[in-house]
Unconditional design. Structure first.
Ligand SMILES: Nc1nc2c(ncn2[C@@H]2O[C@H](COP(=O)(O)OP(=O)(O)OP(=O)(O)O)[C@@H](O)[C@H]2O)c(=O)[nH]1
Length: 240
């Protein structure tokens, strides 16, 4: 007969199995000022930060979600867009990455053209083609759907995403759209795609959960970086 100690041990292993969660490292990259910090903040804390400054090195935020009864932790790495604040960190960014969010500003076409350099950086750091990639056009609240110049065309972005095996979203960290918007054009209404922020998180979580082969960590990142921080108001971990 099983002793009470053995029973208690097996009960605690069952309980730890039930509570187990998988942690995925999600790299957030893109030109400086496209809104990586604001977007990750909004995704994790549900708020648009009142004040932001250029990221130095990296900031971490975490989003916990449950999909089909499994706890999934997304560990978002908000990286620096400015070369001078990232160069010593690049090798850390790409180590054991599970997914990448490529961010551009829909009102700054140069940030969209800059994506090729970010794709190239991924290649140079041996990021596998099997790693899920997401393209996010941010600042959709500033988009004027009746104007074409000075803004990134959605069809162009869709084409880029397709060519690079990415899922495409357009949204705003500041005023996240709550539904798909339509605009009057010519005689009728044309759907104008704007995504809810939750759509991105859900797609990310679902894609990672399906990636059974990849080795997700069972505990959060516990290493440390010697990064000097300019922003006192930014904590190292923002859990939600
Ligand atoms: N209107 C609008 N402004 C935004 C949005 N997202 C970010 N911003 C503004 O864009 C500026 C840059 O935002 P950050 O989040 O610091 O940009 P970043 O990409 O993290 O910049 P680096 O840290 O330099 O790489 C800030 O002034 C934000 O307030 C958005 O969705 N809409």
């Amino acid at each position: 007969m099983e002793s009470s100690l053995e029973l208690s041990n097996s009960m605690s292993s069952v309980s730890s199995l039930l509570n187990r969660s998988r942690t995925f490292k999600v790299l957030v990259i893109g030109d400086s000022g496209v809104g990586k910090t604001c977007l990750t903040h909004r995704l994790c804390a549900g708020q648009f930060p009142s004040r932001v400054e250029a990221t130095i090195g990296v900031d971490f935020r975490e989003k916990v979600m449950e999909i089909d009864g499994e706890k999934i932790k997304l560990q978002l790495w908000d990286t620096a867009g400015q070369e001078r604040f990232r160069k010593s960190m690049v090798q850390h960014y790409y180590r054991n990455v599970h997914a990448v969010l490529f961010i551009y500003d829909v009102t700054r076409p140069a940030s969209f053209s800059g994506l090729t350099a970010w794709v190239e950086e991924c290649r140079q750091n041996s990021l596998g083609q099997d790693i899920p990639r997401f393209l996010v056009g941010n600042k959709s609240d500033l988009r004027d759907p009746h104007r074409t110049e000075g803004q990134v065309n959605q069809d162009l972005a869709t084409g880029f995403a397709k060519a690079n095996g990415m899922l495409f979203f357009e949204t705003s960290a500041k005023n996240p759209p709550s539904k798909c918007v339509t605009v009057k054009q010519g005689g009728g209404e044309v759907p104008y795609q704007q995504d809810k922020l939750e759509d991105i998180v859900v797609a990310l979580g679902a894609k990672l959960k399906r990636q059974k082969k990849i080795s997700a960590n069972t505990s959060p990142y516990t290493g440390s970086f010697n990064v000097s921080r300019k922003r006192a108001e930014k904590e190292q971990w923002t859990c939600c």
